[in-house]
Design a protein. Sequence first.
Lengths: 355, 367
Amino acid sequence: MSPDAKSEINVKKDQGVLYMGIDLGTSRTSVASSNGVRTTLSSHVGYPKDVVSRKLLGRDVLYGDEALEHRLSLKFFRPLAAGVLKQSQHKAEDVAGNLKAAADLLTEIIRLGKPRADELVYAVIGVPAQAAIHHKEAIVKAARESCDAVMLCSEPFAVAYGLDMLEDVLVVDIGAGTTDLCRMHGTMPEDSDQVTTTYAGDYVDEKLADLVRKRYPKAQFTTRMIKEIKERHANVSDSSPAVVVDLPVDGKPTPFDITEELRTACRSIAPPLVEGLSQLIATFDPEFQHRLKNRVLLAGGGSQIKGLDLAIEDEMRRRLGHGRVLRIEEPVYGGANGALKIAHDMPAEFWEKLK
Amino acid sequence: MPQFQTVRLSESTQGLFSAGDVERLMRAEFDRAGRHKFPLVVMLVAVDRLGQLQDLYGWESKDEILRAIVSMLRASLRDSDLLGLTQDDRILLVFPHTTPESAGLLARRLLTGSRKLRFDRDGRTLRISLSIGISHNRQTGDLSFETLVAVAEDGLTVADAAGGDRFVETELYQLYEKKRKARARARETAGLSPEEPARIVASVPPIEAAPPDGHRLTPDDPIGQALLELLASQGFDGQKFVGIDPEAVANAIRRAQLERVAKQVDTTRPATPEELLEKQEQIDTLERRIAKLTQILGLTEEELRRVAELKGVDFGMPSIYKSVQGLTGGEAEFARKKAMMLTILEANLALKRDLEAQGESPGETRT
């Protein structure tokens, strides 16, 4: 909702308080609201390239899968790369575009949470553990257009808080752009308690694309196609069923067996993740290190890779002696649920200070 | 079950009631027997091989045989006994105040009498015999006139199949009663057909076989007695008609029956197929209107949504909270969680201060 529209409506907000928990991810953005609405949207934003496409599409902005579908007619943005707003490594035009796309994406996901015009909207947004300050500022600025008060918190902390696992837990939140590792020991995690790596979903996609390209040089595919194959068949188990996919060769769909490539690509993130876990465990109080090893919480979209928990346990056993990995029940909404719980638990006077 | 439809008896059988009259009178007698708990016997009589005799010697011969049988029967009957001829040339008799044992004796007497009859045709002497089915109302359980007739007919069939010249009483009362009730239930379920009222009206014939001219309705003679019973069964005070011409009484009864049938048709019968069809068409029309209105409502809602979107208005869904919540003292790990909330707040306050200090878009200045 634009500021102009808001001012035109001029609704008195005294009918209730809508809490929102938002997981702003590289691949997907999810929202859970205190009105019972829960939804998710792929983090894509597109603007019609010209008047013709504007007329054809009938809208000024497209979001999610719809934007992806019409991306050839759009100025297409995936505003969150590597878990943060894309801006610093690009030319000025892209920087402004990504900022606007991020703001619009936030506006859209808040709209999908169906807030009433006469309710206060208090939102907690989960951001990567080590997001730069300017990224956080940009997100807050974008969210303020749709919310009465906004707070940011660390994504892995939100996941742990949502599950009431506040002590002696290692959270592994595998997203598309980043994997956040967070050590929970009863207090708010500090910077030293958190590690962010880029060994995440996008890394697996690139790895898989490289492997397939190397084995089947004539196969034609895009990163998007590889991502879809991964989301459907990802499995690290030795006994996983054969994965045979049709990829075009000179325009003709041709079956390719990529079982081994997919398994290798998916497994490739386990060692660096365990490396990050080792850092967090090794720097923890030696008396309580074994507790951390026994409570590794696997969250995020990447946790849906079949057998990954066992692969991480194997790697931990090899490097750290032992380890026990738990899977979160709701990979897509774990972050949003936790953020919603934080919003709910935040005292009223705290919200007042941020309005 | 014999078909008691309106049939005109041939000249040779004049003097008998019409089949419809016979049925009505017999029903009345049956009802009266039930009310007054007196025994009653129903007998169905058929001349063996009558169809073959008619084929060989013509319908006149059949008529002559029947006339002779009726005469013999009349000679054997009391005045209070009822006698009628059915469509298929069978003779139905009702014997009020007659026990089954007496009916057996009577049947034997009829069989003996029929054997003595002689008919000369084409130089040959024809001898006939009878098959008789008997039933009575001394059975336990529910009974109806239809059941007695059906049992008598069943006995007749058995007697005929066994070679004739005998009487048989079967014990299938409850079977036929069960069937009759099932048929009645089926009729009630199915409802009357469109032709049903007309058929019912047509099935109420005038009393044509009136007693001799000048006869007046009196309770002393069998006909008058039967008519009075009939009047009582129809809800009339029969005594009011004493001394009136039976034909006038019959017409009055018929008119009353017609009115009653018409009343039943109006108030109690289920809808006819035509009426059902008409109702169904009305329902279809209403359903079409509902569907159309629903469609219009859907389009209107869609348009409202579209306009709301254009205006940037989303009505949204109400939150379950009317006020700000927050941690409460009784919550587990309250202190720890509150400290965490405070840490988050402080980090966000710092962020807010940074933004306020900048006063411009952070993304454009801090790349």
